[in-house]
Ligand binder design. Structure first.
Ligand SMILES: [Zn+2]
Length: 405
């Protein structure tokens, strides 16, 4: 199985390097706009050969300081953009009504409908692996082309081991988002596919606000993960933080503040660590079972004050995304099951009753059979049970309402 992810690598350029990034991305943007004009002037009927004949040398003269491989890349960038626009045009055909007959007409649109060249409005630049960027100094820095030279920049690698022989790194994009620089690297990873018949572990995961995740596995073991315990494993981040602290310069302090101050960033870190922890804890051939949270709301009172006004659903969605790709890298799989009654159903006798759950005390108490447990745990147990049903062949396992009066 092939998994493709985009590693969003945060770069830490010095002031001078940031200015060099700005210059190279602006120049790349300018060249893309020239190529786009040429592309448009040729009625979009061009190819790489024609580009090499008509544009390449012109651009080399026009822009002496930019790396030649990057000049080549402009064609690829422009072509990819036109392809996207062509698809968009095709998906939105032109409709019009004949005023006299009242009849409607529909035309499929192609690039011929464009009345001006596509404009590249953001400064950014493409970097070909090894030619324009490479990892240097034992993988602690990225060497990158800027105008007229190559520089070495510090980075934070999105928790990926770029030196894994199973990883294939593609052409990356240098982008600026607000005041930060990122290198977006597409990573293609070849892994063995998860197979139902080889599955060894079934883990139900209840995503919550008090505990980020409560898991229940096929051995009957429950684990609770809160932000603090998960963050103990953020080794890479701590390293970077320590580095910045040791530096003690004004800019390091500023970066440190940004690093710790960002709530969203923190949640992403937590999700990275949590998903990594889960995948490592249960090992290969594991089926992770999550609830489909579309349309599910949470008890807001459970939230810490700082998060109360935020919509946290993106955080749960992100956890699922991270867990999915990390699971795929480890012969494992993630499946979504219906959330219906998972927090109301008694795992002992199967009775579903909303009032059995006491949100304040975080307790579940079955009025039918007397079973008592932590309410997050109940969710994980029920989700795990649905996972077992999935493994035994039910495509969309879910609980129906059963009430013993
Ligand atoms: Zn019961």
């Amino acid at each position: 199985m092939t998994t493709v992810i985009t590693a969003k690598v945060r770069l830490y350029p010095s002031q001078e390097q940031a200015a060099q990034f700005k210059a190279v991305t602006k120049e790349y943007q300018r060249l893309c706009n020239l190529v786009s004009q040429w592309y448009f002037d040729n009625y979009c009927r061009v190819n790489r050969k024609k580009f090499n004949q008509e544009m390449y040398h012109y651009l080399r003269v026009e822009s002496k300081d930019i790396n030649s491989a990057m000049v080549q890349s402009t064609y690829r960038t422009v072509e990819a953009h036109y392809k996207t626009v062509r698809q968009q045009l095709f998906q939105h055909p032109y409709h019009f009504q004949d005023k006299n007959t009242g009849k409607w007409y529909r035309f499929n649109r192609d690039l011929g409908w464009l009345c001006k060249p596509i404009k590249f409005s953001r400064p950014q630049a493409d970097y070909v692996r090894n030619l324009n960027y490479s990892f240097v100094e034992q993988g602690s820095k990225i060497s990158m082309n800027v105008l007229g030279q190559r520089i070495k920049v510090a980075f934070n690698g999105d928790y990926l081991n770029f030196f894994d022989p199973h990883y294939k790194l593609g052409t990356a994009k240098l982008v600026q988002l607000k005041n930060h620089w990122f290198l977006h690297i597409p990573v293609t990873i070849e892994t063995d596919e998860w197979k139902k018949e080889h599955n060894q572990h079934i883990v139900g995961i209840d995503r919550g606000l008090r505990f980020l995740a409560t898991t229940y596995d096929e051995q009957g073991k429950t684990s609770f993960f809160n932000g603090k315990t998960v963050m103990h494993k953020r080794d890479k981040y701590q390293k970077l933080r320590a580095e910045l602290q040791a530096k003690g310069t004004k800019s390091a302090k500023w970066r440190l503040k940004k690093l710790s101050g960002r709530e969203n960033r923190w949640i992403s870190d937590v999700n990275h660590c949590l998903s990594k922890t889960l995948v490592q804890k249960f090992g290969a051939n594991t089926l992770f079972v999550l609830e489909n949270l579309t349309g599910v709301s949470f008890e807001r009172t459970d939230l810490p004050k700082t998060l109360r006004n935020q919509n946290r659903s993106w955080a749960f969605y992100q956890l699922e995304q991270f867990l999915t790709y990390k699971a795929h890298l480890n012969n494992s799989e993630v499946v979504e099951v219906s959330a219906a009654y998972t927090s109301q159903r008694c795992p002992k006798c199967g009775t579903s009753k909303k009032s059995n759950r006491n949100h304040k005390l975080h307790e579940y108490h079955c009025t039918n059979c007397g079973y008592r447990s932590n309410d997050d745990r109940i969710g994980a147990i029920n989700i795990q049970l649905l996972g077992t049903q999935y493994i035994s062949g039910q495509e969309q396992p879910k609980f129906e309402l059963t009430t013993n009066a």
